[in-house]
Design a protein around this ligand. Sequence first.
Ligand code: 7TS
Length: 406
Amino acid sequence: MDIIDIRKHFPILDQQVNGRDLVYLDSAATSQKPIAVIDALSTYYREYNSNVHRGVHTLGTKATDGYEGAREKVRKFIGAKSIQEIIFTRGATTALNIVAQSYGLTNVKQGDEIVITYMEHHANVIPWQQVAKITGATLKYIPLQEDGTIDLKDVEETVTSNTKIVSVMQVSNVLGTINPIKEIAKIAHNHGAIMVVDGAQSTPHMKIDVKDLDCDFFAFSGHKMGGPTGIGALYGKKQLLEKMEPVEFGGEMIDFVGLQESTWKELPWKFEAGTPIIAGAIGLGAAIDFLEQVGLENIEAHEQKLAQYAMDKMSQVEGLTIYGPKDHRAGLVTFNIEDVHPHDVATVLDADGIAVRAGHHCAQPLMKWLKVSATARASFYLYNTEEEIDKLVAGIIKTKEYFSNV
Ligand code: 7TS
């Protein structure tokens, strides 16, 4: 992987922020977009903007081909069997909400259990809280080890014959933990529960194979993997999706509409009411092409190297707390500087052109578990370099010194 060449595909990186070269270390919030994606959006709007699945005119056919072609790219990218199992959504949040509202509300009843973990993003907490509230089910949490990993023994102990749904993130957006999804899915299935995976932080960075994971549902967002905002996907096993009711109703998703009753289109379109996110899907398809050209295994290896480099350098800084496992972790490092608020850390770093995120990262149950109210986080992607991590570490030391003198 030639990093200089990779960076040429991301024009936004080549700019100064506050008089310094931009160091973008916030890809876990949203990644930057390669020219191929920007061009795909522009070409769609300039040359063949049309609605899909309706007209027979040439532009409409081209738009439909682009939109459905992107679905096939997603199918292949995550290893699904059929395009019927790929539903375009606004992102991971919408995908998880569809599973909760459609599958959850019909298949969970009083006395049942839904199992998640303490490290989940709010998008994989609140939809289940709502299902538990409405149905009278119990929401249970798999505990974490001290280093922020999951012990399968704890999964065995938490999941019971009353568990109907187990929903776990594949990669933590705060701890960088990579969870053993395949093994957790096995435990869920042994107890007759289904396995839902929040793949928002894994799909951009590692090869995903939903068949190998044997998960029942898998959710991800396009904007964290070089694609546009407003597009993502829900994968679901066909036999489950077939039995599920849509959560949105209107145009596009119907087969026949009578005065009192209507019937739905076949999968996956019954879940896509209204004019879909056509440009977004085409842009996501272009992002997938780009990632595949670079190679997911190359991206993963590059980020592993960056993560290890960052962990080595940052752990040498006194007064710095780093959260999450020491190794076998994803390309992000979450930290706090002793006696300095993370928002101040992010502000001082920004003055040097370094973009990191500070806050609770939409993981308040995890913040409670970590006994902090907020943290700072540097997250990496294929375009980041070791030199940028050196700048981050220098910025952290500068921040520490600045606040020790005030
Ligand atoms: N799940 C995980 C693990 C995430 O990290 C995020 C977004 C979501 C779900 C929601 O994705 P969305 O695209 O539907 O919003 N995480 C973050 C983050 O860590 N910083 O900003 C957004």
